[in-house]
Design a protein around this ligand. Structure first.
Ligand code: ATP
Ligand code: MG
Length: 412
């Protein structure tokens, strides 16, 4: 009886030269951590000739397990495979079993055998394996209406002969790709319950960053609906293993003070600048090196180039905007794919809608911005915001929140 395994591939890591082993180890740890959080009856991840494998003890769990592994950043594909020895008859019979399971229940279909061997002591070449297994399969299934087709076959029977074993699979699930979490440093992502910022966070997670989410709630001027949605979005992002935690800051009272102090048209820019300054302080205290927003050039009034520049000036830390050149349609498709879209379109009382002016400035001038900014007691507002911060841990594996220290002069 062949056993069942998930065979995990990771292209991009292979390109990383001398770093390869570090990246590979990190991916292996991340996959093991991901499996620890499930109830699957599986082995630990094992490295086999440039790939990673997980033995599945209960084959009925293989499909679900493969889908979960495919969501781990760095994974390009997960094949569900039968593992056998290198006995020729066993290889042929197992390939036939795999083909029959993958074949449509009714009607004709095409297939192809694609083999690779990394054990050069195996007596047959890849070409011979393709031809001979192919002939064996065809003889067995020709009466079912099956035929061989080299281009775009309905079923691809993949055979890998590696280190004394053979892996035979017909089912491959596309992985998220990118780099393993933890290989690209930490970032603080400004996370609203809207469509864009979850997608921006996902893109950074996919590139190997460990993301700390930061949400500004309108509380106590609004209810907590946006926070609840953001935490649900957090559950979706956390499936990748790359979201460490989400911070929530009640921002309503601070917005009220800003609204009472600066001229209405510049309120939104002041809110955004404060958000960035608070995020920067938080990032410094938690070892994060950059901020992320879901801004897309020109999408709304606050995202004109002038306004982005006016907001950006408030901080020194790099602000990464993974969606800056994306259209809304592309972002929506990605949000659907990630699974955050249905949450993001739910109604929530967001702080963005609080104390909104009738006509926000679309082309802020630096002098005006500086004059309004100087009217605010920024240090005090930032300190109060950080003192009221709430923490929701999603993945303590990357370390938990470090308490913020207030230095004597009042800065954090
Ligand atoms: P999103 O769909 O991400 O909310 P948006 O198109 O609605 O984006 P804005 O509301 O202008 O755009 O927000 C721009 C960016 O500012 C967001 O992508 C997010 O990174 C940040 N942001 C906005 N509101 C909040 C909030 N309440 N908490 C944290 N970050 C926020
Ligand atoms: Mg928004």
């Amino acid at each position: 009886m062949p056993s069942t395994v998930c065979f995990i591939s990771f292209h991009e890591l292979a390109l990383k030269g001398r770093n390869r082993s570090v990246f590979e180890r990190r991916l292996k740890d991340n996959l093991n951590a991901c499996l620890r959080d499930t109830s699957f009856d599986v082995s630990r991840v094992k490295r086999i000739a440039g790939s990673l494998t997980v033995a599945i003890h209960d084959s009925s769990q293989a499909e679900e397990c493969a889908h979960i592994l495919a969501r781990v950043p760095g994974v390009t594909a997960v094949a569900i495979a039968y593992k056998t020895n290198r006995d020729w008859n066993t290889i042929c019979e197992t390939a036939l079993q795999a083909l029959r399971e993958a074949a449509p229940e009714q009607g004709s279909y095409t297939f192809k055998v694609d083999s690779r061997r990394s054990s050069t002591d195996f007596p047959k070449s890849s070409m011979d394996i393709n031809r001979e297994v192919g002939a064996h399969l065809l003889a067995a299934v020709i009466d079912d209406g099956a035929g061989v087709r080299m281009k775009n076959p309905d079923v691809l029977v993949s055979i890998k002969i590696v280190e004394g074993s053979t892996y035979i699979s017909t089912r491959k699930i596309k992985g998220i790709g990118g780099l393993p979490s933890g290989s690209s440093g930490r970032t603080v992502s400004l996370l609203s319950s809207g469509i864009d910022s979850p997608v921006a966070s996902y893109r950074m997670i996919k590139r190997g960053s460990v993301v700390l989410g930061l949400h500004f709630s309108g509380r106590p001027q609004t209810n907590d609906s946006s926070e609840r949605l953001v935490l649900e979005i957090g559950e979706v992002l956390a499936r990748t293993g790359g979201l460490a935690r989400i911070y929530v800051i009640p921002f309503g009272d601070i917005q009220r003070e800003v609204a009472a102090t600066v001229e209405p048209s510049l309120r939104v820019i002041m809110y955004r600048r404060l958000m960035l300054v608070i995020a920067e302080k938080l990032a410094c205290s938690q070892g994060a090196k950059a901020l992320i927003t879901g801004e897309s050039l020109g999408q709304v009034a606050s995202q004109t180039l002038d306004n982005i520049v006016a907001t950006n000036e408030a901080v020194e830390m790099p602000v990464l905007r993974p969606l800056i050149g994306s259209d809304k349609d592309e972002i929506i498709n990605e949000a659907r794919h990630i699974g955050s879209f249905d949450l993001s379109i739910q109604d929530a009382e967001d702080c963005c809608t609080l104390f909104m002016p009738r006509s926000p400035e679309t082309h802020a001038r630096p002098k005006q911005v500086a004059a309004s900014w100087n009217l605010l007691d920024v240090d005090d507002l930032v300190l109060r915001a950080l003192e009221s911060i709430e923490v929701h841990e999603f993945n303590p594996r990357f370390g938990v929140h470090k308490p913020l220290r207030v230095i004597e002069d009042g800065s954090v």
